[in-house]
Ligand binder design. Structure first.
Ligand code: AP5
Length: 207
């Protein structure tokens, strides 16, 4: 099973990716997570993409496609995988089609008001990456991860200006992928504005 999770920032892709991984035993590949780790480790890639990400802009297609192509060459994806946050432009989707055959694209549908409120309250564990929300999905102890006791942090691109920029870029550059995959008969819509449980019920039915 080879999946793409498509949808605006804050639609819940990362949250649901963790649930799909657990249920279907396939790895999730998040280009955002890979870039954030590179920034944290101050690798040459991280230094290159740091400012781009903070402003909420997209990393150049060539850099992103090379990275995903290399990741899909690793052993753990042999029985399937899930791409979260890739592709996000038509050139990325065209490039992907030259080195991978995708079975289903899950399109997360969620209004701008909902995603803004979700991103403004998002907290992430610095150690294990678990995603929380200050009111929707709070940790048991404020600022501390339930799973590993790691410190929770706010992503640099979850400031309101970056969020607005990311939503605009999504509309201009990523939304055209909906028709791209619809035309290939791969697109399945889900309403991701409800609880993660409700989103998973829809996905289970699709898969
Ligand atoms: P990336 O990390 O991919 O970010 P994104 O697509 O903007 O998506 P998010 O991670 O913000 O949101 P999400 O949908 O995963 O929501 P989440 O589950 O966390 O990309 C970051 C940056 O990296 C880009 O801006 C770009 O610079 C670069 N980049 C990455 N990929 C690239 C590419 N392919 N090309 C070029 N550049 C690239 O949920 C959000 C919040 O809502 C959380 O607090 C969560 O707890 C809460 N929540 C989730 N679901 C629910 C629910 N059902 N009910 C209530 N609350 C919920």
């Amino acid at each position: 099973m080879k999946l793409i999770l498509l949808g605006p920032p804050g639609a819940g892709k990362g949250t649901i990716a963790a649930l799909i991984s657990e249920k279907y035993k396939i790895p999730g590949i998040s280009t955002g997570d890979i870039f954030r780790k590179a920034v944290k480790d101050s690798t040459p890639l991280g230094i290159k993409v740091k400012e781009i990400m903070n402003k909420g802009e997209l990393v150049p297609d060539e850099v992103t496609c090379d990275l995903v192509k290399e990741r899909l060459g690793q052993d753990d994806v042999k029985n399937g995988y899930m791409l979260d946050g890739f592709p996000r432009t038509i050139p990325q989707a065209e490039s992907l089609s030259t080195f991978a055959e995708i079975d289903i694209v899950i399109n997360f549908i969620c209004s701008n008001d909902v995603v803004i409120s979700r991103l403004s309250g998002r907290r992430i564990c610095r150690e294990c990456g678990k995603i929380y929300h200050v009111t929707n999905m709070p940790p048991k102890t404020e600022g501390v991860c339930d799973i590993c006791s790691g410190e929770l942090y706010i992503r640099d691109d979850d400031k309101i200006e970056s969020i607005k920029n990311r939503l605009e870029i999504y509309k201009e550059q990523t939304e055209p992928l909906i028709n791209f995959y619809k035309n290939l008969n791969l697109l399945k819509d889900i309403d991701s504005s409800k609880t993660p449980k409700k989103a998973m019920e829809q996905i289970t039915e699709i898969l």
